[in-house]
Design a protein around this ligand. Structure first.
Ligand code: HEM
Length: 361
């Protein structure tokens, strides 16, 4: 099998991309201001409500073949890690509105040259979500879609969002029954799965040293078994947090961290994050294990630290793991601005931890 080699000219930047990205920034900051006015405090630009905040470690596999022993995965190292589980909405909504869900990973003590867009010097973030693909191909289509959907969230009543999510789940289930699916419907309506038991994907590509990958984390069989029935019964507005806290009181969670190497640019595009890369052509291969021990997965102090002071951002990356493509370039701009807005409004000092000991329990 041949693997596509990374070159800086692998990315193709549309002529009007700078304008599109500044519009995304504007829409995101307008949304942040609306959320602040509605809730009395600034929140993360999207994925505002954390349902699990945990500490752990990532252990890189030893003796990987050369195409997998790249960047921070080159030397069989172990890194301290922080993980934030959070559903997609840009404000704190009832869990009865079950849509997109994310998992953000921050690795600490990661040495090496960082991308120039990074304002952190010793971390590597992987900001992931359920589904192997994003619901927009590029920054321009994201802007169009987001104006109509996510950006409207604070203007719609919570009851309206819950009803919309239920309807989208129904239509999506009907589509899946006849072998179809819709990334857009799944974005707003998907079955309420246990946050610990989902796989989470980068969706968009990442440089992997000499190569290019998509990265994902998959729960181990024990983790799936411990989580029990994957669909949770959403009894109240905070069910996702309650099941996550209860999981970590009893069990550790273990994930296989895997990468899918790009083997051909024609059907594994860099600039279109809505295209699934064929797993038959290039399967996900294990490069590390993420271990999240038993712990108290939520506390007021942890929430203040993770949600106000920390920033998870694809731009917090080694040059060897530069986020690639239009969606990633737009993200590197947007996260920086919503983070600055949130910290400023909430009077929160930025934190870039160098050890788990700095993170409150
Ligand atoms: C152009 C596309 C996208 C834009 C403009 C965008 C924008 C944002 C912004 C502004 C934030 C809030 C940052 C903060 O205030 O701290 C955020 C958070 C987040 N986004 Fe995106 N996003 C995009 C695509 C994606 C994709 C493709 C994924 C996953 C594969 C994703 C997953 C997440 C997650 C998990 C968070 C929460 C981060 C945290 O835990 O702090 N986003 N996004």
């Amino acid at each position: 099998m041949t693997f596509v080699r990374y070159r800086p000219d692998i990315e193709t930047i549309a002529e009007d991309e700078a304008h599109t990205i500044s519009e995304i920034r504007r829409v995101m900051l307008d949304l942040s201001a609306l959320v602040r006015a509605k809730h009395g405090m600034a929140m993360k630009g999207t994925h505002a409500k954390a349902v699990g905040l945990v500490k752990g470690r990532l252990i890189v596999e030893r003796e990987l073949p050369v195409e997998l022993a790249q960047g921070l995965f080159a030397r069989g190292s172990t890194y301290e890690a922080l993980v934030r589980y959070a559903p997609g909405p840009p404000e704190k909504l009832s869990d009865k509105a079950s849509g997109q869900r994310g998992m953000s990973i921050k690795l600490l003590g990661v040495e090496g040259a960082h991308v120039e867009e990074s304002d952190e010097k010793s971390t590597q973030d992987f900001v992931l979500a359920v589904d192997p693909v994003f619901n927009a191909a590029d920054a321009k289509s994201f802007l169009k879609l987001f104006r109509l959907t996510g950006a409207q969230s604070p203007r719609v009543s919570e009851g309206g969002i819950i009803a919309g999510s239920r309807i989208a789940r129904g239509i999506e289930a009907a589509l899946e029954a006849v072998g179809l699916e819709s990334a857009n419907l799944k974005f707003i309506g998907r079955p309420p799965r246990h946050p610990v038991s989902d796989p989470y994907y980068s969706q968009a590509p990442i440089r992997y040293g000499d190569y290019i990958v998509k990265l994902a984390v998959f729960p181990s069989n024990d983790t799936l078994e411990n989580a029990g029935e994957q669909n949770v019964d959403v009894k109240d507005d905070e069910t996702f947090r309650h099941v996550t806290e209860s999981y970590f009181q009893t069990f550790e969670a273990v994930y296989d961290v895997k990468v899918q190497l790009c083997t051909n640019l024609s059907n594994m595009p860099i600039e279109d994050a809505s295209v699934a890369w064929s797993e038959a052509e290039s399967p996900y291969r294990k490069v590390a294990t993420l271990i999240l021990p038993r712990q108290q997965a939520f506390s007021v102090a942890r929430q203040a630290y993770f949600d106000d002071r920390l920033a998870f951002n694809p731009a917090h990356a080694l040059e060897a793991h530069r986020p690639l493509g239009s969606i990633m370039r737009a993200r590197m701009d947007a996260y920086k601005h919503t983070t600055a807005y949130r910290r400023d409004c909430n009077n929160a000092a930025p934190a870039e931890p160098t050890s788990l000991a700095e993170v409150p329990d």
